[in-house]
Design a protein around this ligand. Structure first.
Ligand code: ADE
Length: 227
């Protein structure tokens, strides 16, 4: 799978790709991430990429030309499944969207910055708008790392235990059950007996019950959405 990230602040994207599971998927070639600096597509002497908004108002707007040049260059090189714009007014991101996007081959992700991007880019190039939550970030870069991380870990070969992505919170539409590791007792606090019993079927049943209980308690709407 290939991501092409278009950003005004490439530095914000470098570290998350250099560690842990994401580093592994990138090193294995399962995931390719290319970062494109919008400034490299500016035709102005000072590499300008933003300007004041027409009609007045606070905040700079990312200009149409450098972004269009970058998108069109990429599109001339290969087919893209989606051109995604990260923005607080996009569709709310969830595990379902991550699952669906993990099946795609080539994605462009455009990160907004400052006040936003010229609306004509959204009208003519963007195929999908995504928000990672109802709050405003300084730009789309952190949101892009959320997408890359949540999608990258789903790709075949990303996890050492292939089943572990399947048992994540949200993967069945419910939260995960509690987990424990050694020691079986710490400060007098004991691990639930059932987990030490070796009885696989009963353990599965217990985990499922716990997951349902936890979901009822913390995120009841998830259970309603399942029905
Ligand atoms: N850019 C700024 N805020 C954002 C959000 N909540 N989700 C996605 N992109 C953003």
């Amino acid at each position: 799978m290939r991501f092409d990230i278009i950003t005004a602040v490439p530095e914000l994207l470098e570290s998350p790709l250099s560690h842990s599971i994401l580093k592994r998927v990138v090193d294995k070639g399962i995931l390719q991430v290319f970062i494109h600096n919008i400034r490299d597509f500016s035709s102005s002497k000072h590499r300008q990429i933003d300007d004041y908004q027409f009609g007045g108002g606070a905040g700079m707007v990312l200009m149409i030309e450098p972004i269009v040049k970058c998108i069109e260059k990429l599109q001339s090189e290969r087919e893209y499944d989606e051109v995604i714009f990260l923005t607080p007014d996009g569709d709310l991101y969830n595990q379902n969207t991550a699952n669906r996007l993990s099946l795609k081959k080539n994605l462009i992700i455009l990160c907004g910055h400052y006040k936003g991007i010229d609306e004509r880019i959204r009208e003519h190039y963007i195929t999908k708008e995504i928000s990672i939550g109802d709050y405003v970030l300084t730009g789309g870069e952190i949101a892009a790392t959320v997408l890359i991380d949540s999608i990258g870990r789903l790709l075949p070969g990303a996890m050492s235990d292939e089943t572990s992505a399947l048992t994540d919170s949200f993967q069945d539409g419910i939260l995960s059950p509690p987990v424990y590791t050694r020691p079986a007792e710490f400060n007098g606090w004991k691990v639930p007996e059932i987990l030490l019993s070796g009885h696989e079927a009963k353990i599965e049943e217990w985990r499922y019950q716990q997951a349902v209980e936890r979901t009822k308690e913390r995120r009841p709407k998830l259970l309603k959405d399942k029905d």
